[in-house]
Design a binder for this molecule. Structure first.
Ligand SMILES: [Zn+2]
Ligand SMILES: [Zn+2]
Length: 256
């Protein structure tokens, strides 16, 4: 049994064949999928998919790309939606200094205030950090993110950053890109992180693992990431599946 701890089933890439995608995931041993609604137009859809499928849960929040779109209605709306018991975390929130789709000062402001908001909601956070490792860590520390805990998704920092995040009780989530030939340094870092702190994710429709790189990603492909983690850590596939599943259930506070 596997868990895809982070996907985007509400995105248009899944509009035509969502049911088949969820069915294939189930057949591949993916017990649960956590779908992440990143902006206003996607929140209700993400929750609707979760409500219609026992295997799907929702995560809602304002992505750093959309930080500039926050207005008076944003948090009241999210507050209402997040009361639903199918919402298991708050996010993805954080910093993206690679694409800079929102100004950096606004990204920082929204990241900080959303950590506080997640604490109010009693939800763990899902953190997006791209090309902003130092600033992400600074905000997590100064906002006392250890009070809510959560996940650093698509982790791309160095080992020191991983340790600092684990010290705050965060899990490190590994995407399909670790199967890429070029990901040697990421594999070296993962080799050093205890399995007890790792989660697996697809971030579908993005970051498709080998052997399907270049095609649309989907939750059933999380098994290729599990396979790669097993190779890196020299343990069985079953062990990786078992421990990462337990980790995901723990952080999302789910019982089997
Ligand atoms: Zn992300
Ligand atoms: Zn994502």
């Amino acid at each position: 049994m596997l868990i895809d701890s982070h996907a985007h089933l509400e995105m248009p890439e899944f509009k035509k064949d969502l049911e088949a995608v969820i069915h294939r995931a189930k057949k591949s041993g993916v017990e649960y999928i956590f779908t992440v609604g990143t902006e206003k137009k996607d929140w209700s859809r993400a929750l609707e998919i979760a409500l219609n499928h026992p295997a799907v849960y929702a995560i809602l929040g304002v992505h750093p790309h959309n930080a500039k779109e926050v207005d008076d209605q944003t948090y009241p709306m999210l507050k209402g939606l997040c009361q639903n018991e199918k919402v298991k975390a708050y996010g993805e929130i954080g910093l993206d200094f690679f694409r800079n789709l929102s100004p950096r000062n606004i990204q920082l402001k929204r990241f900080r205030e959303q950590i506080g908001f997640a604490k109010e909601l009693s939800l763990p956070i899902v953190v997006h950090d791209r090309a902003a490792h130092r600033e992400t860590l600074e905000v997590l520390k100064s906002e006392k993110a250890e009070d809510c805990g959560g996940i650093i998704h698509c982790f791309s920092g160095d080992y020191e950053m991983a340790v600092a995040c684990m010290d705050m009780g965060f899990y490190i989530s590994i995407p399909g890109s670790i199967t890429f030939k070029s990901a040697e340094s990421a594999r070296e870092i993962i080799a050093k992180i205890p399995l007890e702190s790792l989660l697996l994710e697809t971030d579908a429709p993005f970051l498709t693992p080998e052997p399907f790189r270049g095609k649309r990603n989907e939750p059933s492909y999380v098994r290729y990431t599990a396979q790669k983690v097993a190779e890196i850590k020299r343990v069985s596939y079953e062990k990786v599946a078992e421990v990462t599943t337990e980790n995901a259930l723990r952080v999302y506070r789910l019982k089997l």
